[in-house]
Write a protein that binds this ligand. Structure first.
Ligand code: BGC
Length: 410
């Protein structure tokens, strides 16, 4: 029987910049206007105004949890000035979740920072932690009753984005390629310089910032606190064993180690990748590869969860992201079914997993690209009309029965 524990959270995730629209004070907005090859987020899904509709669709389908992020650049548009109106906006989102019996999982920072923070040196500036702490403290005013708070989303991917930006600045003729999207650029770089972003020192810097934020949250609110990590589900081909350990340490293990002492760790997994003696092996271009160029690997989720459990030494897991960029919704249901089967097996083997949040609720802005669609709901970008896909009703049914419907595979 693939039944999940009572109280297991079933939900979907989003991030402010990918769905809200018009985050004009964020570092990404500035970047989109200047970087060759980047599409604009623009109005995005206009979720800033339509969040009630989005949460209602999720709740009506039978899901029980919604993960979303606060947009720091809206809340603190200039250093030290906190907008009460924006904080009230996010409080209304939280209240609406409560009204609909939805457990909110609130991310305080999902890839974007205020433009002024980026201009001042971003995460590597000597006073970055102090600035983040000031913001984190301000958010505690609206987090009453929230049970799950994520300090930052995928600091390891943020480190990769920082490196990609640096590379763009060094060679201004190159085209933007998001590190979340595998492209020609990554393939060329993957046997060498691409790995520079995996410097463990950056991981230690992020860890210290996360720990300082955790302390503030624990002193002011009663939520469980953690961060989320991009899991590569890496494996070694013969001869690549040592390289695997080296790469994985800087890319993720230093971050898993950073979550020791947290109340939970957010595991985010999509695909798996091999490592040989030279480094990451580019994904083979199979016909069923996803729209971000990665291989169809639903088993990545259980591989990631097992690895996280191992390195964190048993920190409870929340699946804060898992999903697939595909135009074929049947493929999405199949992928998710297989991922959940693997997850269930990992839980049967003793791993403490508290919930599953699918990425993503909506088709949204994939960091410079609009084509990859991860959503359970399609969004018309002219009219902003929402059209739920069959996968939304399917996942809602799984949630309501707290049991996996495996007929879909037969
Ligand atoms: C990020 C999301 C992103 C997703 C799909 C994760 O790296 O947290 O913002 O859209 O993966 O690529």
């Amino acid at each position: 029987m693939t039944t999940f524990p009572n109280g297991f959270l079933w939900g979907a995730a989003t991030a402010g910049h990918q769905i809200e629209g018009n985050n004009v004070n964020s570092d990404w907005w500035a970047r989109e206007l200047t970087m060759p090859g980047m599409e604009l987020s623009g109005d995005a899904c206009d979720s800033y105004h339509r969040y009630r509709e989005d949460i209602a669709l999720l709740a009506d389908a039978g899901l029980t949890s919604y993960r979303f992020s606060l947009e720091w650049s809206r809340i603190e548009p200039v250093p030290g000035h906190f907008s009460k109106a924006e904080l009230a906006h996010y409080r209304r989102m939280i209240e609406y979740c409560f009204e609909r019996n939805i457990t909110p999982v609130v991310t305080l920072q999902h890839f974007t920072t205020p433009q002024w923070f980026a201009n001042d040196g971003g995460w590597l500036a000597p006073d970055a932690s102090e600035k983040f702490q000031r913001y984190v403290k301000a958010t505690t005013d609206i987090l009453d009753g929230v049970q799950w708070v994520v300090t930052m989303n995928e600091p390891n991917m943020q480190a990769a984005i920082m490196t990609a930006m640096r590379r763009m600045q060094q060679s201004p003729d190159s085209q933007w390629q998001s590190p979340t999207v595998e492209g020609e650029e990554e393939k060329k770089q993957s046997h060498g310089e691409f790995l520079t972003y995996a410097d463990p020192e950056i991981g230690r810097t992020f860890t210290a910032i996360h720990h300082a934020a955790r302390e503030i949250l624990r002193a002011n609110i009663s939520a469980k606190v953690g961060w989320t990590i991009a899991a590569g589900a890496l494996t070694a081909v013969p001869g690549g064993e040592e390289k695997l350990l080296e790469i994985r340490y800087g890319k993720e293990d230093v971050y898993w180690e950073g979550s020791r002492g947290d109340d939970f760790v957010g595991v985010q997994a999509y695909s798996s990748q091999q490592v040989d003696a030279n480094g990451l092996v580019p994904h083979t271009p199979y016909p069923d590869n996803t729209l971000v160029g990665t291989e169809y690997r639903p088993d990545a989720l259980s591989m990631a969860v097992r690895h996280a459990w191992d390195i964190t030494g048993g920190v409870p897991v929340l699946i804060t992201e898992n999903g697939i960029a595909t135009a074929d919704d049947n493929q999405r249901i199949r992928y998710t079914t297989e991922a959940l089967q693997g997850l269930h097996q990992a839980m049967t083997d003793g791993i403490d997993v508290r919930g599953y949040l699918h990425w993503s609720l909506l088709d949204n802005f994939e960091w410079g690209h609009w084509e990859p669609t991860f959503g359970l709901i399609a969004v018309d970008r002219e009219t902003f009309a929402r059209t739920p896909k069959p996968s939304l009703a399917w996942l809602g049914r799984v949630a309501q029965h707290n049991e996996l419907d495996i007929e879909v595979l037969s």
